[in-house]
Design a protein around this ligand. Sequence first.
Ligand code: 6PG
Length: 238
Amino acid sequence: MDRVKKGETEEISQQLAEDVIHYLEACLENQEKVSMAVSGGSTPAALFQTLHSNYADLALWQQVHIFWVDERCVKTSDPESNFGNAREMLLKLGIPKKQLHPMYTGGSVTGACQFYEKLMKKHIPAQINDIPVLDLVLLGLGEDGHTASLFPGKDHHIETGLCCVAQHPNTGQWRISLSLRTINATKCVVFFVLGNNKAGVVAHILSRKDAAELPASLVNPAEGVIDWYVDHAAASAM
Ligand code: 6PG
């Protein structure tokens, strides 16, 4: 089931930030710590900024562990680095540095992918069928229907690992991504999508018709609910 919240860009970012805080607080009523995986690209910055403006230094950030949904295999100082772009803002929220878990910091891509699988098993207590259960995954959406670094034309649903190595179809850039298997084991999956350029793919995926070739349409979380936060521009073809 898809639950869709729409609003102007600032309004929907505020709404998502508020709902994220309420969700994390609810999780922490029954858990010592909470695990949230964030995507890269440009969209998440709107959420991080809103969280920083309204919810910085809340006590709960001391109990939050941040993972990445995917990462470009570049130096963390590279402007392409998802971790590099988010680190400062997340630290400013009050999340301890040791609780930011970058996916790639150099070296072998395959080795980093295998290391991340072990790291997730170490830091995420809840596991189902040996798959770490993230509390919250914040996904973006590409115009081609990709999410994370799960690009069209690949057999993502047969991936057996927790993470996978991918290559951007246009640039050839090496990536590491959570696998569909791991994403679908998540308690709460959120798509956060902004901008008119995403309107067609948002409408296509939410229509759930003939979208099977789009990786984002293969996201089907364990709890069966996907929450969409889209601005009016991205919702304009629905
Ligand atoms: C990445 C992301 C990717 C992103 C979409 C949307 O590393 O690029 O994880 O899946 O979420 O490409 O990107 P924008 O938010 O920049 O539109």
